[in-house]
Ligand binder design. Sequence first.
Ligand code: CP
Length: 337
Amino acid sequence: MQFAGSHILSVHQFERADVERIFSVADDMLPYAQRSRVTKVLDGAILGSMFFEPSTRTRVSFGSAFNMLGGEVRETTGFENSAIAKGESLYDTARVLSGYSDVIVMRHPTPGSVSEFAAASRVPVINGGDGSNEHPSQALLDLYTIKSELAARGRGIDQLRIAMVGDLRHGRTVHSLCKLLCLFNDLQVVLVSPEELSMPAEIVEELRTQGHAVLESDVLEESIAHVDIVYSTRIQEERFASQEEADLYRGRFRLNQSVYTSHCEPNTVIMHPLPRDSRDNARELDDDLNDNPNLAIFRQTDNGVLVRMALFVLILDVADQVDQHARDVNWYTQRRF
Ligand code: CP
């Protein structure tokens, strides 16, 4: 694909070569994310960051990634702090804010809303999550993490065995990840959820059409026995009509050290897009796994900065200029990756 000036709205827009290009540029971002080098390649550029749903990782890591490239960030968070609360349309909002920014990242609760916004924007727009639809940058950082975890075990992504667990109906991260995995070959995908929260049929069909083996189950223990990756997800309570309805499913699948030791192969990688729900009635990914070396959740969050830096330099067409605008840091830093 042509990255320069493009919106990033869905993983469907990527070919395998595009993903490999993003990952190659992400690798090059490591000295900057580690803070051994700083670059001013985006000096003067402005990121418009618009998050109309709660976010910790996506909002802050996109902002940090832009800052690490020398750019500045202007933010609005929540409908209540935006003129959308006064009835302004997405069209008008996009026309206005794209006059203030060089690139925009947006999260919104309605599926398709970020695409609608992008159609009216005069600058590239990145989808930071649109309801239960897609979260393309999360899928890219997840796949980048899968690639690096498997590389450390002498493997590639083809022939991957992965179990996705939890609220697969509403979880946009697993929707985007499944679509992205369709670019690879001969995968075994186990989808573990209550029947009411199963993966949308069109995504299962897409996986099968690409030749991947897909098994659907509502039993955790047997489903995680022969996989390379267990990808746990939270019950997406914000997508349910009531807390009581979400409570029916919370805590149904709990991965903890005991379950892991009893049922997983010794090197199975544990992933989660975060936030995990650490309340007592949930704990889909228990804190007692925190010292397990196969727990990759914080490597995922670190990798998010690399992948988001890569997206910015590709979209703004400066990937080849990053090092020209760089220097070593002059303050004390600790290696963080
Ligand atoms: N994974 C993810 O999207 O996290 P946030 O909701 O904190 O951005």
